[in-house]
Design a binder for this molecule. Structure first.
Ligand SMILES: *Cc1c(COP(=O)(O)O)cnc(C)c1O
Length: 404
């Protein structure tokens, strides 16, 4: 056998389009909530691949599903359906408001499908000027041109003009401001129940309730982007059930495949009719390999054990983080739901989230940021208590260093 090509962190700078600035070590193996780098150093994983590895690394049941399907059938193309995709669709339908599912490969693609559906639905009704989309400041919906334009962080879209038009942004959690811009020309409102990338900001229940009413009044499609909040992350399968507000379209990805790329758009029978044969599609959407993995993931996550366990783990994190904050007061607020937790840094530590996660890496724990002023945790939904304790002890050492 030929020797594998020798690679180091420097290789990234040499060979990769520099859209990322990854950490200065390379991880090679993971098991549960622990990962190891090329030098054999261990890390507790509190990032879970950005809310993706909801069952940790190398989960035996998920791995077995992947291996079994890998020996059977990988891909057919959408001229032929397959068993795993139909089973996964039924699992999602039975567990949610949805009657129909469209599969794709990422969160951005799921949102792209949702926005296209909303535009076409309005047009099909004969209203060609009902094409306006309302979205929120600081929102994140993906990186395709349409979804980055729907996102509410101009730094991600401004360099790619001309952008798709007809998108208005208003402040998150400001119902009065939303009511000003939602009208009969609005075809869709897209919102995250908890803004993830934007800083782990939960929507107020009254805000989502109000958006539901405004969408009903003006016949607009209410899209919940649950790409980050979905698949058990908040302690329910999807966060909309906690809010008691049912969207018309829900998008899901990230934890759906626990690391195998897959996304989905869930909707009702009536809305699904909008996207008839040939109107939308993607080569890999619903391929048997991805959907077999997601089916196994779904069977594990959508159980009382795992969902209740998320709530318990939320408390472990909160207790541990509050204790750290008592000793080293660097957080002004600890917020979020389930295992989507954001720690807002005080004025004194503003802008230091990245530096804290770098120190955390040195101490052997992986954490995320959500903007420059928020440290974010999105670990495995089944992370063992011992790993939570050990990871928080390591994180405390990083915090002590930033405070010294
Ligand atoms: C990550 C994320 C996306 C984008 O998903 P990709 O798979 O990266 O395209 C969209 N919406 C939300 C809320 C996300 O957190």
């Amino acid at each position: 056998m030929e020797q594998p090509i020798a690679v180091t962190r420097q290789s990234f700078d040499d060979w990769m389009v520099p859209v990322y600035a990854p950490a200065d070590f390379i991880l090679v193996r993971g098991e549960g909530s622990q990962v190891w780098d090329q030098q054999g150093k261990s890390y507790i994983d509190f990032a879970g691949g950005i809310a993706v590895n909801a069952l940790g690394h190398a989960h035996p049941v998920v791995t077995a599903a992947l291996v079994e399907q890998a020996g059977k059938l990988w891909h057919l193309g959408n001229g032929y359906t397959n068993e795993p995709v139909l089973r996964l669709a039924k699992q999602l339908i039975d567990a949610t408001f949805a009657d129909k599912v469209f599969f794709c490969n990422s969160g951005a693609e799921a949102n792209e499908a949702a926005l296209k559906l909303a535009r076409k639905r309005a047009l099909d009704k004969g209203n060609s000027s009902k094409n306006q989309i309302v979205a929120f400041n600081n929102a994140f919906h993906g990186r395709t041109l349409f979804t980055v334009s729907a996102g509410g962080q101009p730094k991600y879209s401004k360099d790619f003009a001309p952008l798709p038009g007809g998108i208005t942004h208003t402040p998150f959690n400001d119902l009065a401001a939303a009511a000003e811009v939602i009208n009969d020309q609005t075809c869709a409102v897209i919102v995250e129940p908890i803004q993830g990338e934007g800083g782990v900001l939960p929507a107020d229940p009254a805000f989502l309730q109000g958006l539901r009413e405004l969408c009903d009044r003006h016949d607009a499609v209410l899209i919940f982007d649950e790409v980050q909040t979905g698949m058990g992350r908040t302690g329910e399968l999807y966060a909309y059930t906690q809010y008691g507000v049912v969207p018309d379209v829900l998008t899901t990805a990230k934890a759906l495949g626990c690391g195998f790329p897959i996304g989905a758009m869930l909707t009702t029978d009536e809305l699904a009719k909008t996207l008839g044969v040939g109107t939308h599609g993607t080569t890999y959407g619903g391929n048997p390999l991805a959907t077999a993995v997601a089916g196994a993931v779904f069977s594990i996550i959508n159980t009382p054990e795992v969902l209740e366990g998320v709530k318990q783990r939320h408390q472990w994190f909160l207790d541990g983080l509050n204790k750290i904050n008592q000793q080293y007061p660097i957080f002004s607020e600890i917020r979020g739901g389930g295992l989507l937790i954001g720690c807002q840094l005080t004025q004194d530590y503003a802008g230091k989230a990245k530096q804290i996660t770098q120190l955390a890496n040195e101490e052997g724990v992986i954490a995320l940021i959500a903007g420059p002023d928020v440290v974010r945790f999105t670990p495995s939904l089944i992370i063992p208590e011992q790993d939570v304790k050990e990871g928080l002890a390591r994180f405390a050492r990083a915090v002590a260093r930033i405070c010294s």
